[in-house]
Write a protein that binds this ligand. Structure first.
Ligand code: LLP
Length: 423
């Protein structure tokens, strides 16, 4: 059974009809499938077979405490980007020895908190950060295990705002400086060098990009291990960024078909299968930090059509969710499939699906072929489990929406809708 599928022309999440859930809780509303999250964790784990590894879920993708707890129960680790995320991960039950800390701007108090909690490793982003960690660890009488984030300058075909592995990006240290910084790290007090880290960006759907990065990592590690440098490398963190299918995710004979954009058949497993044989030559522990690929498919954003408006140029479908609830289309021109909760035999038309906020960037779809929908009807914005609610805001005086978790025939409110007093 798919987590989300049409049965009798109604869209279901596991054992529940989504229009019933929308009626019960009102819209806008995020609904998640527990089964989908569990499945994605298990598929990723299975891809590693017997390879020594650790999959650290990137908490930033969806930081709902209940969702993070489900992932902790699947025995994954966590990658955190702040003290707040670290606290959340610890409370959710992740073992400290399975927690990594990434980010270009770790504050001193965050480093101290992570050391006190004996996390697995810091992904270090600069020479100066290395010295700060060394200093704090020494003062606390702790040892910081570190991996140096290396920027291999590998372009990836994704939105420029979410590429991280190119020279002009703020992330990591250049390859030409990395060896010197690692050599220095081996002599720093309170520091134990474990390896290198590479994270190319997010929503990368092209295998070749990952394969190129894997070869760059292998060549570099071989150089570090050479007789001349002799830097012991026992761990490779290959980051996250594994792209997911957004186009044509849900299908029905009465729905217009999306262009596939080469995403069909794209899975994290297929991307991992392309790189693991290359990386495993190094006989290192392999760490990855997937975020989106664990949770994107688990969530939908339900919204209601408030108005329709036709102009000489456009037909606008104005819905009750806005860019404050889901900012991905406005920020990265991201594509999310939008489907009615109830399908029927009706005409299709080209529309802009827009929110109620006072910005022209407040849209979910532009010039999109959709079944004709009417005021009062519910729609699902698909694949919004990652970077959805976490990026929401109170902009335009709007309370954040409810989040509901579905498990079989049961639902649980995992975040109450904010009241007007929050805004
Ligand atoms: N590791 C590091 C160091 C990261 O910065 C990120 C994401 C991840 C892992 C997880 O990447 P993922 O597997 O989720 O692609 N808000 C954007 C995505 C920002 C990604 C930030 N870093 C979006 O909605 O597309």
């Amino acid at each position: 059974m798919q987590a989300f599928e049409y049965r009798n022309n109604q869209l279901w999440c596991e054992g529940l009809i989504l229009s019933d859930v929308a009626q019960r809780f009102g819209t806008p509303l995020y609904v998640y499938s527990k089964q989908s999250i569990v499945d994605h964790c298990r598929w990723i784990e299975k891809a590693f077979g017997s390879i020594d590894h650790l999959s650290c879920y990137a908490v930033k993708a969806n930081a709902n405490a209940e969702i993070v707890r489900i992932i902790a129960c699947e025995s994954l680790g966590a990658d955190v980007g702040s003290k707040g995320e670290l606290q959340l991960a610890l409370r959710a039950g992740f073992l400290p020895e399975k927690i990594t800390f990434s980010g270009v701007g770790k504050r001193d108090d965050e480093i101290e908190f992570a050391l006190e909690n004996n996390i697995s490793a810091f992904n270090v982003e600069s020479e100066q950060e290395l010295h700060v960690i060394s200093h704090i660890a020494t003062r606390l009488g702790k040892t910081a295990r570190i991996l140096l984030r290396v920027n291999f300058d590998i372009p990836s075909k994704t939105h420029p705002y979410i590429t991280t592995g190119q020279k002009h990006n703020k992330f990591g240290v250049e390859c030409s400086q990395a060896k010197r910084i690692l050599l220095q790290a081996t002599t720093c007090s309170g520091i134990e060098v474990h390896g290198i880290h590479s994270h190319l960006g997010s929503q990368i759907t092209d295998r070749e990009t990952f394969v190129r990065a894997a070869h760059a990592v292998v060549n570099f590690v071989n150089e570090l291990r050479s007789e001349r440098d002799n830097i012991p490398i026992r761990e490779i963190n290959f980051g996250g960024g594994y792209g997911v299918q957004y186009h044509d995710y849900i299908t029905h004979p009465l729905l217009p078909q999306d262009d596939h954009h080469g995403e069909t058949g794209l899975t994290t497993v297929s991307l991992l299968e392309a790189v693991l044989p290359i990386l495993s030559h190094l006989k290192c522990k392999i760490v990855i930090q997937p975020g989106r690929s664990v949770v994107a498919h688990a969530g939908v954003l339900l919204t209601k059509v408030l108005y329709k408006k036709r102009t000489t140029e456009k037909t606008f479908v104005i819905v009750d969710a806005g860019m404050n609830d889901l900012i991905r289309p406005s920020l990265y021109l991201s594509y999310h499939q939008i489907v009615p909760l109830h399908v029927s035999n009706r005409q299709h038309e080209v529309v802009d699906v827009v929110g109620p906020l006072c910005e022209s960037s407040d849209f979910f779809a532009l010039d999109r072929m959709m079944p004709v929908v009417e005021r009062g009807e519910h729609l699902a914005v698909m694949c919004t489990g990652a970077y959805g609610y976490v990026l929401s805001s109170n902009y335009n005086g709007r309370p954040r929406p409810t989040e509901v978790l579905v498990d079989g025939n049961h639902y649980e409110v995992i975040t109450e809708r904010e009241s007007i007093h929050h805004v």
